[in-house]
Design a protein around this ligand. Sequence first.
Ligand SMILES: [Zn+2]
Length: 335
Amino acid sequence: MKIKHSFILIALIGICFQSCKQDASNAPVSTPVVDNTPLKIPGVNGDSIFQFVEKQLSFGTRVPGTPTHKACKDWMVQKFESYGAKVMEQDFDATIYTGEVMASTNIIAQFNPKQKKRVMLSAHWDSRMIAEKDKDKDRQDDPIPGADDGGSGVAVLLEIGRIIAENPIDMGVDIILFDAEDQGEPGAGKPEMWCLGSQYWSRNIVPKSYDPKYGILLDMVGSKTPRFGKDAVSAQFAGTVQDKVWSLAQAMGYGDIFINDNTGPLTDDHYFVNTIARIPMIDIINQPPRDQTETGFGPHWHTHDDDIDIISARTLRIVGQIVTAVIYKESKNKF
Ligand SMILES: [Zn+2]
């Protein structure tokens, strides 16, 4: 009988609920308001991102410890501050494979620093001091412009800072730019000689007690013919995030660029963030099919061709739009 009574009670509540619903204008509101408004994802501007690449190049190369490196840093810090971020500079000495010590700085730009729920977005902002893959042997010792390798990811994240300033987001977002990523030894050098900024940050995390849900690393996201496969390190440590980002990209119509091909394990900043800081982080990085590349990366990689001519505003916009969709969806628990 208990069951029957309950059933009647539920039926009565149901009828009441129905009538209350029909008479909502007079009824006091007692139930929590569910936010059913459609999620508006701000549009990113490819030309704006392209200009952020140009601007970085305008300072010259960003080899740690050089005056042009510092000038670019000062501009980026000022830019993030103008977007309302709380910016911290984490200085450290990077000892590279030659023994040279480079004065380096990780840049941490926090949006909504008091919010508990956070997502981390990263790129490396230094450019490589040599061009060991350049066809011109006489210029292999010269630093590269690094339009794609470094510049593209930073530019996308500057644009996301601009977007957040114009479209408040109900979540914490941390844009963390690593320095001294790209000064490793050519050839079969040790992985630990790369990504010195992310290694330092992962062992000395700023801000303290930092606990983001996950991180997204952007590296070489600006070329005209991009191909973003799923690298094995991201899959191992942040496979769920990787699958969700790729599914979203495919749902947005970019399945020809964000492909489900499993690429090999990659030594990039995300490797050290995953293994030392223990923050699940994926890498979005351009890798041509294996039979079309000797190096594993685009033909401009670590050459003087890595300049503004190989950069596509369309590719930058696509990557920026996908990451923007991730964070605004995440802020409403819809990612
Ligand atoms: Zn590089």
